[in-house]
Structures are given as C-alpha cells and as structure tokens.
Design a protein around this ligand. Structure first.
Ligand code: HEC
Ligand code: HEC
Length: 381
C-alpha cells in the first residue's frame, strides 16, 4: 500500500510538467476561458496569467518551468511564496521579494556580464532561502588552492572516437538499426514505492512510458512529432517544445547510431569519475538550445549518464539519467535499468522483461483527446 502523499509525490517526480497540474486548481478562476492558459504558446505570460509584473514578455509556457527553477534554487515549495489556489495574489512577502530579486539578477547580468545569464537565483541561494555572505570556518584544516588546475586535452579521445566506440560497444550500427520496436515491462522504484511500468518504443522515434498507479495510468510519450503527459484524473496535455526536444532523444530507438545527426557539434569536455569509474564527458550541442552532456565509460565505451536542461527565463532546470545493467538483447546491448534524477527527487526503472521487433500499434503513442470543453469555454480565444 502506498499512501496518498507518496502517490502525489510520485506523480510529481514523474511529470516534468507536473506544475501544470499543480496549478490545475487555478483554472476555474483564470481570466482566460482556456482550459490551460500555459498551453497557449503564442501568448505572453502577461496575457495568460493574472498578475505578472516582471516576466511580462516571456512566453506563457515558460512561467511554470521558471517557477520550478526558483523553487529548487531556494529549496522551497510553491506555497513559500504563493497562496494555495490563488497564485496571482501578492499576500506573501517572499513573492514580493522574489520580484525584486529578478530585477536585481537581470540588472547584474546586463550591467556586468554583457547580457549573458551568468548570475541566477541559484548562484547566491544554492538551495537555501538565506544565502551565506560570510566565509564558513571549516571543520578540518583547509587546503587553499594556489594554482589554476591544469586541464590537458592531450590524452583524451576525439568526439568521433568516443561515439564510434559507443556504437561498437552496443553491437554495431547494423545491429542497432535492426531493432524496429522494443517492449519493456518492469518496476518503477521511488523511495519505498514500487509500481509496474511498461515502456513501448517504435522506430524511428515513438515512445511511451506508462506507469500503472493505483488510481490510474501515468504516461510520458513522444508520438514522433509532439510530446505529451498524462496523469490519473487530469486531461492529457502537450509538453512544451523544450521538454519535447529532450524526450525525443529517449524516443530515438537508434539513438547511438543517430547521435551525429541529432547534434551539429560535439565537444570533449574531459575525463571525470562516476561511481569511481573513469568516464569521458562529451557535450552535444545544437545552436540556440541548451547542451546535452553525455558521459561514456572509458573502459566499456557505454553511455552511463546523460544530463540535459530546460531553459527558463531565470536559469536552467537540469535532469540526469543514469543508465546501468546493460544486457544483450538480440545482438544489441540495452540498459535494463535507468534512474531519472531532478533537484526535486529521483526514481529508477528496472526492466524485468524485454521483447524486440514485435508489432506495436501506432495508436498507443497518440495523445488522448481533451475532454469536452466546459460551456463557458465556447468563446473564441
Ligand atoms: C520565491 C518565490 C516563488 C516561488 C517559490 C514560486 N513562485 Fe510563482 N511567482 C513568483 C513571483 C514573484 C511571480 C510573479 C512574477 C512576475 O510578476 O513577473 C510568480 C507568479 C506565478 C504564477 C502566475 C500567477 C498569476 O496568475 O499571475 C504562477 C501560476 C506561479 N507563480 C506558479 C508557481 C508554482 C507552481 C510554483 C512552485 C513550483 C511557484 N510559483 C513557486 C514567486 C514564486
Ligand atoms: C546576488 C545574490 C542573489 C541573487 C542572484 C538572488 N538572491 Fe535572493 N536573496 C539574496 C540575499 C543575500 C537574501 C537575503 C536578504 C536578507 O537576509 O534580508 C535574499 C533573499 C531572498 C528572498 C527572501 C527569503 C526569505 O527570507 O523569505 C527571496 C524570496 C529571494 N531571495 C528570491 C530570489 C529569487 C527568486 C532569485 C532569482 C530571481 C534570487 N533571490 C536571486 C541574494 C540573492
């Protein structure tokens, strides 16, 4: 048995855009008759919400990712600044202060950093409401840094060598591309809770992850064009374009073989350690988009970690996926376990059963239609 709170917590962890659900309660009172103002990507925040004074001109669908960024930067929940179910109210001092902080941050970046977003809420707050301005006295004798550490790119492999080794480690390009579908069944583990999960993939880029919750299914999907999220008791909703960009990477069934086409540019960042093992960090870059950081085991060549980001007007929201338990499946190595971690928490999916090249109906990936519009929603936008 899992309690109500755990269940809510899991929904929160599962849905990158859980925030849209968090404000579901405000919909009835929203000035706009639209079921979900944030889904109106063409609207500015000022048009879609009731009381925006600083982030007026940002696209409406960036407000919730920005709020998520603030919350994790300060280590607080939404209620620290907001009155429940009345997000537009300015009753809490912290919300009023947060507006001043935004203006201070924008001014610092404009005046000191040539308009680059170098300073964010996290730069000072580091997960606390009370930034520390005085150096801390350490428990043990400090070792001050006297030299700039050397970073030598000499002994590092080139980007194409890292990628080629990855493709070979998985079984080679032909083996990877011979997989046209994959159906996985397993268990999602989040803290104490364990839930059955199914993952369906169909080449080239359709994917759905369905978590069977006690009160219904929780879905994260990419249908080949758009990404969408579904949770029990809420209408399914489309992801923002930035979220969909990331989910599209998971949906590419031939990801390793397609890597050089998915990104325009790669940069070998260096050698690091993950769980005590040497890894090569490769930054995959596309112009105008946040980077994707890929970490490959130096020995096996396999991808062990991917870190990706959602840009918001205030900073980037990170998500990290760790891949493990690679096993052979018909000549291709597949990770049977992966852990998705965000500042808000983490969960792991362990695959117990895997089938490949079985028929999968395209309809599985399609977003369920929205429920009938309420009567007062008949007005045109
Ligand atoms: C540190 C304070 C702070 C936290 C924490 C915070 N917000 Fe906000 N929020 C603000 C401020 C300030 C604004 C107004 C921004 C402006 O005026 O440009 C705002 C505006 C909003 C709005 C628009 C309301 C309207 O109709 O005008 C929504 C919705 C919202 N926040 C949701 C959230 C959610 C969901 C969370 C939790 C993930 C959250 N906020 C966390 C400070 C905060
Ligand atoms: C340059 C450093 C810096 C940056 C950047 C910064 N803050 Fe702050 N913030 C502070 C300091 C210092 C305080 C504490 C002031 C005090 O103690 O009176 C503070 C206090 C706050 C408080 C009041 C906390 C409380 O006591 O309830 C809020 C809310 C807040 N900041 C939100 C933000 C948000 C949101 C951002 C990003 C838009 C941000 N801050 C960016 C330094 C910063």
């Amino acid at each position: 048995m899992i309690g109500k709170i755990t269940r809510a917590r899991i929904s929160f962890l599962l849905l990158a855009a859980a925030l849209a659900l968090a404000i579901a309660g405000t919909r009835g009172h929203a000035a706009s008759p639209q079921a979900n103002p944030a889904a109106q990507t063409s609207k500015t925040a000022e048009q879609a919400f009731k009381n925006i004074q600083v982030l007026k001109d940002v696209p409406a669908d960036q407000i919730l990712p920005a709020m998520q960024f603030i919350a994790t930067s300060l280590g607080v929940e939404c209620e620290y600044c907001h009155v429940k179910n009345a997000f537009e109210k300015d009753d809490k001092d912290a919300k009023v202060t947060a507006r001043k902080m935004m203006l201070m941050m924008f001014a610092a970046n404009t005046q000191t950093f040539d308009g680059k977003r170098e300073v964010t809420c996290y730069t000072c707050h580091r997960g606390s409401t009370d930034p520390v301005g005085t150096p801390v006295i350490p428990e043990t004798e400090p070792k001050p840094i006297t030299e700039v550490p050397e970073t030598s790119a000499e002994n590092l492999p080139k980007a194409n060598q890292i990628i080629d080794k990855y493709v070979e480690a998985l079984g080679g390009k032909n083996a990877i591309e011979s997989v046209s579908s994959r159906v996985e069944k397993g268990t999602l583990v989040a803290g104490e809770a364990k839930l059955p999960v199914e993952v369906l993939d169909k080449a080239p880029d359709k994917r759905i992850t369905i978590v069977h919750m006690p009160n219904g299914d929780n879905s994260t999907a990419f249908d080949g064009h758009v990404g969408w999220l579904g949770a029990p008791g809420h209408p399914a909703h489309q992801m923002t374009a930035a979220e969909a960009d990331n989910v599209r990477l998971d949906a590419d069934l031939h990801f390793a073989a397609d890597l050089t086409q998915l990104f325009h540019n790669f940069r070998v960042h260096g050698e690091e350690k993950i769980d005590g093992n040497d890894v090569y960090a490769l930054y995959a870059l596309n112009e105008g988009k946040p980077p994707v950081h890929l970490y490959f085991d130096a020995k096996s060549g396999l991808l062990v970690r991917m870190v990706r980001y959602i840009d918001t007007p205030l900073g980037r929201n990170p998500a990290q996926i760790d891949y493990a338990d690679y096993r052979d499946a018909g000549g291709v190595k597949v990770p049977y376990r992966w852990t998705i971690a965000r500042p808000s928490g983490r969960f792991t999916i362990q695959v117990d059963e895997l089938k490949q090249n079985v028929p999968v109906d395209d309809a599985k990936f399609v977003m369920p239609p929205p429920p009938p519009a309420p009567p007062e929603g008949q007005k045109n936008p």
